[in-house]
Design a binder for this molecule. Structure first.
Ligand SMILES: [Zn+2]
Ligand SMILES: [Zn+2]
Length: 251
């Protein structure tokens, strides 16, 4: 299993980080998780054909995680691929259709299936050999964290969240936890994570996670990345990695 970070940034524009998204290469075909602005334009640089993607998981519906989804569907249609399966939290279908409604010419042309998930749901997306389960994230809107189990390993993606027991339980014994870390150490925030808040939960719940990769960085994090890793290494013995746009991780 190969994970390519297509975007490791947030809603605020910044150099070298577009909004959120990652592509998981499984045996069968790629799975896209989140699709914020800039993700689609990173496909060529990542060496991926957008038409290969017909399945997308959304952590939540904030624009920095979904803004390029309709553009991806349009790009695929222009190249003759019209079917798409979208998995996301409650409200995904209403959001998707409302945006699609503004583009009448596209509505008739594409065949999109939206599957809404609730925390605790376990499923295998059609055409894949992996298992996916989800847990509630702690964010300002309904949001899900996902665990993806493939043949060679498993990882958890937190999406946007404060650190939580639900997500640490979901990540038990996983090879990799991809956790958001929006802000630098010592900042007081809600709905998001800092190295301090993540360390706080790791102290109680270090449940066999293989390594941690931090992503979803606000501009405030710039210049504090190493500090964040060093801080977390005080509470976590295994490797802590900083995600970069177009970085690949192999499981
Ligand atoms: Zn976000
Ligand atoms: Zn968000």
């Amino acid at each position: 299993m190969e994970i390519t970070f297509l975007g490791t940034g947030v809603a605020i524009p910044q150099k070298n980080r577009v909004q959120s998204g990652m592509l998981v290469r499984l045996e069968e075909k790629p799975l896209l998780i989140d699709c914020g602005s800039g993700v689609l334009s990173h496909f060529p640089e990542a060496g991926i054909s957008h038409t290969e993607v017909d399945t997308v998981l959304l952590s939540h519906l904030h624009l920095d995680h979904v803004a390029d989804l309709h553009p991806l569907i349009k790009a695929n249609w222009l190249r003759g691929s019209t079917s798409m399966k979208i998995y996301g939290p409650e409200g995904t279908e209403e959001w998707f259709l409302k945006v699609l409604e503004a583009y009448e010419y596209l509505q008739e042309e594409v065949d999109v299936d939206v599957i809404e998930l609730v925390p605790g749901k376990e499923f295998t997306p059609e055409g894949f050999d992996c298992e996916i389960s989800c847990a509630a994230a702690t964010h300002s809107v309904t949001a899900l964290a996902y665990r993806v189990t493939g043949e060679d390993g498993e990882f958890v993606y937190s999406g946007d969240t404060e650190p939580s027991r639900e997500i640490m339980d979901l990540a038990a014994e996983a090879d990799l936890l991809i956790h958001e870390c929006s802000f630098p150490p010592s900042m007081k925030v809600t709905n998001h994570t800092t190295p301090n808040s993540l360390a706080g939960i790791l102290k109680e719940y270090n449940n066999g996670i293989g390594s941690i990769c931090l992503t979803h960085f606000y501009p405030e994090m710039r210049g504090h990345e190493r500090e964040a890793v060093n801080y977390l290494q005080g509470y976590f013995e295994e490797e802590v990695i900083l995600a970069e746009d177009l970085m690949k991780l192999e499981l």
